[in-house]
Design a protein around this ligand. Sequence first.
Ligand code: ADP
Length: 255
Amino acid sequence: MAAPIIEIESISKSFGAFQVLDQLSMQVMPGEKLALIGPSGSGKTTILRILMTLERIDGGHIRIEGEELYHMSKNGGLAPADEKHLTKMRQKIGMVFQLFNLFPHMSVLDNVTLAPILTKGVSRADARKRAMELLDMVGMSAKADAMPSQLSGGQKQRVAIARALALSPKIMLFDEVTSALDPELVEEVLNVMRKLAAETDMTMLLVTHEMGFAHDFADRVLFFDRGRIVEEGKPDDIFRHPKQERTQTFLRKII
Ligand code: ADP
């Protein structure tokens, strides 16, 4: 059997006195499409932010393709952030945020070319060529010269997906990417994600409240509550026949 692309082993994370994650362990196989569901505040976004190195862990291990994401010091704590190592590891992972986070003062094209030029030393010409292919894939090539403020939320989010793909990550993280959108714009973003899932072998982790989409998109669904995985399984099992009472209560409320 193939080795996991992501191994999370007993990680903990607190914000002040509040423990968000408590000895959490999970594994993701290459190419797997995972949906993380559960009540607000259960730690789902924090897991994505930790994988993206936007938050540090208090303890435990994370390995991406077998390599430690955070180097640990000899006394067991985290070693001081090793920027070179983190930059290398970050290139394996792309993230799309709820609020798009496009650079507002840059054109659509520059948003997509910036990271490859800066962090991978790709030439401007090559970065533009690749960016136009990606913008085409998300249906946004006609807006390459537009500024973010001229775009609808759905268009911004499609550009944000192209930008995250520009570094050719092996892992894509989607953090409630449709929850800030007007209902009529949700589908255009979900369609791009469906296409990505069908046409690439990227590993994808999705935090979402769109249960219908999670059902169709995911190979495996993880239900979180209070920083722990309460139940996991195939979408049909979790959504139609949840075993745990907490999962049943949550799904009854949301569906
Ligand atoms: P979810 O994605 O499941 O809604 P989150 O991972 O966003 O949950 O948040 C888990 C808990 O951690 C929440 O109670 C949230 O308020 C808290 N939290 C998240 N980020 C921070 C932060 N930077 N500082 C303080 N508390 C935070």
